[in-house]
Design a protein around this ligand. Sequence first.
Ligand SMILES: Cc1ncc(COP(=O)(O)O)c(C=O)c1O
Length: 373
Amino acid sequence: MLTRRGFAARLTLGAAAIRMSSEMAYAQRAAAHQAEQMSSDMVWLNSNENPAGPPAVSLDAMRDALPVSGRYHYSEFNQIHKVIAGSEELAPNQIVTGAGSSEVLHTAVESFTSPTRPLISVTPAYEGPIELARALGHPVVLTKLRDDYTADVKLLAEAAVKAGGGMIYLCNPNNPTSAVVKSEEVDWLVANLPANTMLLVDEAYIHFVESPDVQSAIPYVRQGKDVIVARTFSKIYGMAGLRVGFAAAKPSIIAKLAPLQMNVVSIVSARGVVAALKDRDSILRERKAGYAKTRRELCTWLRERNVKYIEPNANFLMIDTGRNAREFISAMPKLGVAPGRPFPPLDQMLRVTIGTDAEMAKFRDVFWKVYKG
Ligand SMILES: Cc1ncc(COP(=O)(O)O)c(C=O)c1O
């Protein structure tokens, strides 16, 4: 339910002001000034999208759904939620779905931050929840990354103690660094969660992780901890334009998030997701292996040229350009490749999304031309 204060905030700020932006919106905002340089054969490596798109089984299911999409199909959603929850060994009352994970992140920020409960995260982290908290007039506390670019869970906990509680937003793997926090550290954070504090773990990129030291935080949900896990079908499943995500949490938390949900997702998208989940293991295995190979090749190529980068764990990678990266980032689109936007305070870094092998070949070519000047 919308609280009176929340309702007043909505009236004051207006709906547009409190909508959370997406990765694509941030990319477009950064690129707006260079629109005239955009060619139709531009290689887009700026929004961490998956060039493979939806799995074939999802395309078939969505084609079948289109002719019957004249109806609302609300009665199907109990079963759809059961399938999505079941894919993570959860009950339907332990999840809430949304238009991408953006929507469920939004409801978490609205529910668990306030003018006296900050959002606590690292810098840089994914901007969405941070910008939303600021737009709502809720304080934001950002802690420094460690020298290896990983989040320091002790600093996050200390910040929550200092604030008298709040919501810790931990993106694992982190966007934009592609760095991970090991499960033993997340264990510590959950065991030492300060009073009045919620932990929101954004696992948009968890499926790309190869390290055995990093596991999903969903088991904490099953254990009834104060943990919300956000997941999306936009990344490894290649369904960014279909807009499906979900949050997993214990039923009492879901009961707070669910009333803020805008609506059910489109039946076409939902049927596509259900079809993908039937083949989940093989889809994830195959896509993860393909990404790991392309990512490894790029890392090898960078190492051979003594170019530094942050060890990647997702479908993107941060490269040290050895100079302020802003000019580098605006030079590349002129040569046909659009990399990620700047991510202060990592001013030397350029984020590149892993694309197809052909796209990465073009990336290497253009990157090297700009790098060599
Ligand atoms: C870390 C992270 N969380 C959430 C999102 C939101 O994505 P979506 O709303 O498509 O699930 C993104 C988008 O790129 C992201 O990088």
